[in-house]
Design a protein around this ligand. Structure first.
Ligand code: DGL
Length: 271
């Protein structure tokens, strides 16, 4: 039993796609969320910078006495793989649960992975999938325009701009006949209504935010770290820039739930 908060972080506000299901699964848990809005995107940066940023993000959460750290960011999960060894509390990220869900879902053993440039360059999803089952065929594709499209509100399933971008990115993956596609970045579930029709009903989309939330809940239970609070848990949100924009950008990921939320500012370089 542990009533301390769960710490969740992301390079920006996309990690809210993990906070939403986490709160639904564990409504009595307090959650501290940090979004590095001052330094997003991470996905176009080099590995050393991403590792350094991820360490600072985790240190900030630890300064709030969190009992568990969840990296809800695809880029951090696949590049800053050293974090688990550094942290004094249990740690989870999107890589392992998402890869496992894909291996379990595929019937023809062909899995597609889409993510940021840094995630695809890391090769981490292929390695994790092959660690679980070496016979899987994996096809990967970086989709660097997806994050700015989502953040700029190009998410309408009838808008020809995101449809055309997605069509080009997905073509090489579809050519391999995958029946399962990992959405390996926080922002991609927001494009599900564009990606879904392009890949067709027969391709299963694996949402890294949802899978990591389930995994986090299972690890908390396994380690005896669940709260015994009977009232609803509280959520606190921290960002490293633009607190004024928080509600509108958070609204992309949380919908109407974001309207009543406020964020506090953090000087993340101090951590
Ligand atoms: N959160 C990042 C991810 O899931 C996307 C945004 C970025 O590039 O920082 O990979």
């Amino acid at each position: 039993m542990d009533n301390r908060p769960i710490g969740v972080f992301d390079s920006g506000l996309g990690g809210l796609t993990a906070v939403k299901p986490l709160h639904r699964i564990l409504p009595h848990e307090n959650i501290i969320y940090f979004g590095d809005t001052g330094r997003v995107p991470y996905g176009s940066r080099g590995a050393d910078v991403i590792r350094q940023y991820a360490e600072q993000d985790a240190r900030f959460l630890l300064s709030h006495d969190v009992k568990f750290v969840l990296a809800a960011c695809g880029t951090v999960s696949t590049v800053a793989t050293h974090l688990a060894d550094l942290l004094p509390v249990p740690y989870a990220n999107v890589l392992q649960p998402t890869a496992l869900a894909a291996v379990r879902a595929t019937k023809n053993r062909r899995i597609g992975v889409i993510g940021t440039a840094a995630t695809i360059r890391s090769g981490a999803f292929e390695r994790e999938i092959h660690r679980i089952d070496p016979t899987m065929q994996v096809t990967s594709q970086a989709c660097p325009l997806f994050v700015p499209l989502v953040e700029s509100g190009f998410i309408d399933p009838n808008d020809s701009v995101p449809i055309e971008v997605a069509r080009r990115y997905l073509a090489p993956i579809l050519a391999q006949g995958v029946d399962t596609l990992i959405l390996g970045c926080t922002h991609y579930p927001i494009l599900k209504r564009i990606i879904g029709p392009l890949v067709g009903d027969d391709v299963i989309l694996i949402d890294s935010g949802r899978e990591s939330a389930r995994h986090c809940a299972a690890l908390l239970a396994k380690n005896g770290l669940l709260s015994d609070r009977e009232t609803e848990g509280e959520e606190r949100f921290f960002v490293s820039d633009r607190t004024d924009d928080f509600t509108s950008v958070a609204g992309i990921f949380l919908g109407n739930e974001a309207t009543s939320l406020e964020a506090e500012l953090v000087q993340i370089e101090d951590y």
